[in-house]
Ligand binder design. Structure first.
Ligand SMILES: Cc1cc2nc3c(=O)[nH]c(=O)nc-3n(C[C@H](O)[C@H](O)[C@H](O)COP(=O)(O)O)c2cc1C
Length: 331
């Protein structure tokens, strides 16, 4: 079912000439990310297995699944009222939704659908604008607020809303200021190194999102899944760890949960669902991927998300780089 929805969504996007493939020179980060997923296999633990449940707690509330829509924006071209339709789909699936760039009214409309909303703000040069957007998130009842710090030097040429002159890299003390400016949990999105993860924790963030934003700020950016175990170890799981980048199936989600993630964010997969069938399509993708996850968990002997662990996932095939290294003559 998910396969068909993704196919239909991709077809609609193609017909509308909408391309979210990313703005990197070679799109290698996207390829690396997929290859990394594909290099991992999953154990089967069937004896004494029980049907799994996927309920997960975020922000002190229990949700149906650890899988939810990523921070998205500019969806009206995909489908009429795209963001609101996404919120409706997420609410029906029983998971929070994340919102990226956008005006206050859009945030308000999304919350009115009954969805729990996480608002992600760009790293604007204008500090007052950041504080204003944090206050808007509080005013409209968002469950968390955060910043997509990865855009400190702006987006690629042509990204008019994330122009380099409108953005600035943020310091540890900036992050501390945002954390103390709100009673909401604060999330740092775009973490791709132990250093940034430790700074986010140091600043008092409640969560981080491992993300390379589809490689759109750096061609050859590392796959988030690859840095996940070292980050998880370094911060001793002291904050909630979300991850995004190329997730489409339940096996992808399982691998990330096994390597240390708590929550999985779906960007382009949710957009495909939205393009195919509006809120129903978003719900179809979220519930479909969650059903796949539930089955993988059951087969791997994990009755609930707390039982998923790194011992269930192994590297099976060599990545192209690893293969070359292996072939080097020993010194
Ligand atoms: C159309 C579109 C709009 C996006 N807008 C935002 C945004 O406003 N803020 C943000 O933090 N991330 C934004 N993202 C990035 C996603 O949150 C996510 O990091 C990225 O798409 C990788 O996930 P994916 O491979 O599942 O798409 C956007 C992505 C897409 C495709």
């Amino acid at each position: 079912m998910i396969g068909k929805l993704l196919e239909r969504g991709n077809q609609v996007l193609l017909e509308k000439q909408i391309d979210f493939a990313g703005r990197a020179e070679t799109n290698t980060a996207v390829r690396f990310t997929r290859e990394y997923f594909d290099s991992l296999g999953i154990e089967i633990r069937m004896i004494d297995a029980a049907p799994a449940v996927t309920e997960t707690v975020f922000f002190k509330k229990t949700y149906t699944s650890p899988i939810m829509p990523a921070a998205l924006s500019g969806l009206n071209g995909v489908c009429k009222n795209g963001l609101v339709e996404t919120a409706k789909g997420a609410a029906r699936a029983g998971v929070p939704m994340w919102i990226g760039i956008g005006e206050e009214a859009e945030l308000e409309e999304a919350v009115e659908t009954g969805a729990d909303v996480v608002k992600i703000i760009k790293p604007y040069r204008d500090e007052d604008l950041i504080l204003e957007k944090i206050k808007q998130a509080e005013k409209h009842g968002a469950v968390a607020v955060g910043m997509d710090t990865i855009f400190g030097f702006g987006g690629k040429k042509g990204d008019s809303l994330i122009r380099p002159d409108l953005m600035s890299p943020k310091s540890l003390s900036d992050l501390r200021r945002y954390v103390s400016a709100t009673h909401l949990p604060f999330i740092v999105k775009g973490v791709l190194s132990v250093e940034d993860a430790e700074k986010a924790v140091d600043a008092g963030a409640a969560g981080i999102v491992l993300s390379n934003h589809s490689g759109s700020v750096l061609d050859y950016a590392l796959p988030p899944l690859m840095v996940l175990p070292e980050i998880e170890k370094a911060i001793s799981h002291s904050v909630t760890i979300f991850i995004d980048g190329g997730f489409t199936r339940g096996t992808d989600a399982f691998k990330a949960l096994a390597l240390g993630a708590d929550g999985i964010l779906l960007g382009r997969a949710v957009i495909c669902g939205l393009a195919a069938d509006g809120a129903d399509g978003v719900h179809g993708i979220l519930s479909g991927v969650n059903e796949e996850l539930r089955r993988v968990m059951s087969v791997a002997g994990c009755p609930d998300v707390k039982h998923i662990h790194s011992g269930l996932v192994r590297r099976t095939i060599s990545l192209p780089g690893a293969q070359r290294k292996h072939l080097m003559p020993a010194k």
